[in-house]
Design a protein around this ligand. Structure first.
Ligand SMILES: [Zn+2]
Length: 231
């Protein structure tokens, strides 16, 4: 029997208004007309085992000065927003948590979560002053659910810091190294972050081309997306 899920839909806003954005020798990339997310259908997802094989190749660690420099592009502007000794979460920290080490050296307290390397689901029942997701959101199978979980864990006035490279246009996309990584399955543009900011009532700050800070606002936060779609 054909289920409604046979028909492709946007994994972020669930819209079925999709357009073909790009096609290469490996995959077909669809774009949501509503939130502008570019994504691949789940038929292109790697198996969990193959995904882990790729992630194990990311040999990042807290002693790697080049990697620390890369992460400073998020940690420096984020630390400017934080008081001392705040509580944060490094979401999708990978096998060698480094951003958490940088932030803890600056007096912050940081929990770790990663579905493969630090699978501690207790974090989902906690609240945080800040959450970081560096080079993570492009890997999410279910960004609708994951972003809802992140904003639920975040305290009002808390900060969500994201690093992901943004889609600009079709021409650049088709030649982009970022799409050659088969574990990259969601690609965001500035418009997608505008959608997220509106949906979760957050103030949006583009710090650099691939560094985004969202500040969760008070009353009215966590708007139901169905409500959002009809207004
Ligand atoms: Zn969408």
């Amino acid at each position: 029997m054909k289920s409604k899920f046979d028909e492709p839909y946007c994994p972020l806003c669930n819209s079925k208004d999709l357009t073909l954005f790009c096609e290469d020798k490996n995959r077909i990339y669809l774009r949501c007309l509503y939130c502008k997310l570019v994504f691949v259908h789940k038929c292109y997802w790697l198996s969990p085992k193959d995904e882990k094989t790729v992630y194990d190749l990311h040999e990042n660690n807290a002693q790697d000065q080049g990697y620390r420099q890369f992460l400073s592009r998020l940690s420096v502007p984020l630390l400017e927003k934080l008081d001392s000794k705040q509580k944060g979460l490094d979401f999708g920290c990978g096998p060698g948590p480094t951003l958490s080490a940088i932030l803890e050296e600056q007096g912050q307290q940081v929990d770790l979560y990663d579905p493969i390397y630090y699978n501690d689901p207790s974090v989902f029942y906690k609240n945080y002053d800040f959450i970081c997701a560096t080079e993570v959101v492009e890997h999410l199978h279910d960004p609708d659910r994951e972003f809802a979980a992140l904003f639920k864990m975040l305290r009002t006035d808390g900060w969500l810091g994201i690093m992901t490279k943004l889609v600009t246009n079709k021409q650049a996309f088709s030649q982009w190294h970022y799409i050659r990584d088969m574990t990259h399955i969601c690609f965001y543009s500035q418009s997608t972050f505008e959608y997220l900011a509106q949906r979760f009532n957050a103030e949006l700050n583009f710090i650099a081309n691939d560094v985004i800070l969202l500040n969760k606002k008070g009353m009215g936060a966590f708007l139901n997306k169905d409500y959002f779609l009809t207004t």
